[in-house]
Structure formats: C-alpha cells, structure tokens
Design a binder for this molecule. Structure first.
Ligand SMILES: Cc1cc2nc3c(=O)[nH]c(=O)nc-3n(C[C@H](O)[C@H](O)[C@H](O)COP(=O)(O)OP(=O)(O)OC[C@H]3O[C@@H](n4cnc5c(N)ncnc54)[C@H](O)[C@@H]3O)c2cc1C
Length: 295
C-alpha cells in the first residue's frame, strides 16, 4: 500500500523544526529513521497532513561523555552507532547490548534511539534499558525545554509523555556499574522479542558480598517497560544466594507482568519467560561482578 498524501518538510535547524511543529495542527508527525513510521504510513494506520523530517537538523546525532562519567546521546543516533560506539560500550554496555538486539542490520542503520523511545513499542529493547539505567530525556518545543526520567516517560501502549508539539532531543545516561545482564527470547533473529529482561545489580564491597542495588526491567511483558520492584526488593533484602533469592525474585518478576496474549505467544508463556529471563539476566550480572564473562 501507499501512504495517504502528506506535505513533506525538511527543516535545516531546530528552531524551524519547532516552529513547524507548533504552527501545524496536531495532524503532524516527526520522521526520524522511518523504520516504524513508514510502515504505519504505508498501512494507513497514521495519516498525517505534514511530515517533519528531523534528519536535516544538525546536532542531534552526538554521543558525548558527560562530566559525571555518563553519556549524552542525541535523539538521531542510529541503533548501529549505539551498538558500535566505544564510549557506549565502555560507559553503558547494557545500552550497547540492547541496541545490538534491535531488528536486523538494515533497520539498525536507519532506526534512531529517539524514534524507538517516542514510538514506545512495549517489546522494544532500548526503552527498557534506559529505564533500568535511570536515564533522563530532554524534550523541547515552542514552550521551552523540560527533562523527564525515562521511568516516567512511558505511559502505556505506544503512549509517552511527549506533547504533540515536543521533540525528543537528547538522552542522558548516568554511568553504569559492572553488574549487568540482558536476556530475551525471539522466534527468529531480528524479530521483536516475545519477552526480555535487563538487569543492573550492585554488590557491597567486602566479605558479605551483599546485593545493595538491583534494577530489573522487563519488555514484551506489559504495555510499557515493566519494573520488577518486588523482585528487586527480594534481591536487595535477602542477599544473592542464587538458589534461594534468585528463584524467589524470578517468581516475583513473573507476578509483576501483564503480558499480551497473541498469535506469537500466550500470556502464560510470556510470564514463564519473564521468570526464566530474570534468572538469566541476574546471573549474567553476578558473573560480571565476579570479573568473568557470562557464557
Ligand atoms: C522488520 C522490523 C523489525 C524491527 N525489530 C525491532 C526490534 O527487534 N526491536 C525494536 O526495538 N525495534 C524494532 N523495530 C523498530 C525500529 O527499532 C525502529 O527504528 C524504531 O522503533 C523507531 O525508530 P525510527 O528512528 O525508525 O523512528 P520513526 O519510524 O521515524 O518514528 C517512530 C515514531 O517516533 C516519532 N519520533 C521519532 N523521532 C522523534 C523525536 N526525536 N521526537 C519526537 N518524536 C519522534 C515519530 O513521529 C513516530 O511517531 C523493527 C522495525 C522493523 C521494520
């Protein structure tokens, strides 16, 4: 199918993009990598009157080191650039790993970080990774700029806190610790995940080896990235005896899910995956904390 007719605009700077966005009625769409929007246009699931192509706006494709040891990443950074960036691999390896799992190579070379966040597919890898990392998003529009935590950005199925006249400009990622894990199940390489879990685990120094922090976020198991707060609590309050606390945390993760039931997998199977993948992601994190590489 072909899209319904629309007017195409390619502003050359941010001010013009913002002005266009503010002056149009709300029947307008921003185009970034086009990997989600173009299929939706072709299927006529969306019929914007105006398409504002962000790709002519300079300064949105940076990956820079921030003073706190973290990263500032422009919204137009492609998934492939995230996956290959030495700075991202060093400072936020969970994010690089998540980017490596998005679709196929062709999609990763066009799709952007900002587009993935704004599109807010609940099975997407990057939103879950950024929620776990405690990232902050910078939004900008005619009324000014604001920042919002990634954990507050996703409001529901493909719904975010972005106002219709706002552009997602930048993602700020705090420095990441060494205890991280990423696990997902896909039917075929390149597919959206049936379910996935990202884990960030911190352990106290000294002989106790106590778990002092845990962030566990599931994707494909709800209408947005789902934080497994009860599972985190089990890990931080009961230590890291793999045979006891981990199994209980995995069960709590499954409990926290409200997965879809569709042609790809039943809700029950996805809940089961959430438990198994939580154990896998946390085990990877613990292995890395021990200075080893997960199998
Ligand atoms: C075959 C296939 C497989 C895929 N597999 C996966 C997968 O496994 N995992 C995964 O996560 N994704 C997958 N995707 C989607 C892909 O990651 C997209 O790149 C991503 O969802 C959207 O990014 P984009 O830059 O292409 O955005 P676009 O398609 O250009 O835009 C998507 C939406 O975001 C809005 N938008 C874009 N940028 C901004 C911005 N800066 N500010 C405000 N709004 C903005 C647009 O208006 C639009 O509503 C797949 C896509 C295809 C076609």
């Amino acid at each position: 199918m072909k899209p319904a007719p629309f007017r195409y605009a390619r502003p050359q700077n941010l001010a013009d993009a913002v002005e266009l966005l503010a002056s149009a009625d709300h029947d307008v769409k921003i185009l970034a990598g086009g990997q989600s929007l173009v299929p939706m246009l072709n299927l006529r699931l969306v019929r914007p009157a105006v398409l504002i192509d962000l790709n002519g706006v300079p300064g949105l494709d940076h990956i820079t080191l921030s003073a706190d040891g973290g990263l500032s990443i422009g919204a137009l950074v492609r998934h492939a650039a995230l996956a290959d960036s030495a700075a991202v691999i060093e400072r936020a390896p969970l994010l690089a790993e998540a980017a490596r799992h998005v679709g196929h190579a062709a999609i990763r070379h066009r799709g952007t970080l900002g587009g993935s966040l704004a599109h807010a597919d609940p099975a997407a890898e990057l939103p879950a990774a950024l929620v776990a990392l405690g990232a902050e998003l910078r939004l900008h529009g005619a009324r000014g700029s604001r920042t919002i935590q990634a954990s507050e950005f996703f409001l529901g199925l493909m719904t975010t806190a972005l106002a219709p006249d706002e552009i997602l400009l930048e993602i700020r990622v705090p420095p990441q610790g060494p205890g991280w894990g990423f696990a997902e199940v896909v039917r075929r390489a390149g597919d959206f995940a049936l379910a996935g879990v990202v884990a960030l685990v911190g352990r106290a120094a000294g002989p106790s080896g106590r778990c002092e922090s845990a962030w566990l976020v599931g994707f494909g198991v709800g209408d947005r990235p789902v934080r497994f707060a009860a599972a985190e609590e089990i890990l931080t309050s009961q230590g890291l005896d793999p045979s006891a606390a981990l199994a209980r945390a995995a069960a709590a993760a499954a409990e926290a899910c409200d997965p879809p039931d569709d042609v790809h997998a039943s809700a029950e199977y996805r809940r089961h995956l959430a438990a198994v993948l939580t154990e896998d992601a946390v085990s990877q994190a613990l292995t890395r904390l021990d200075g080893a590489r997960p199998a």
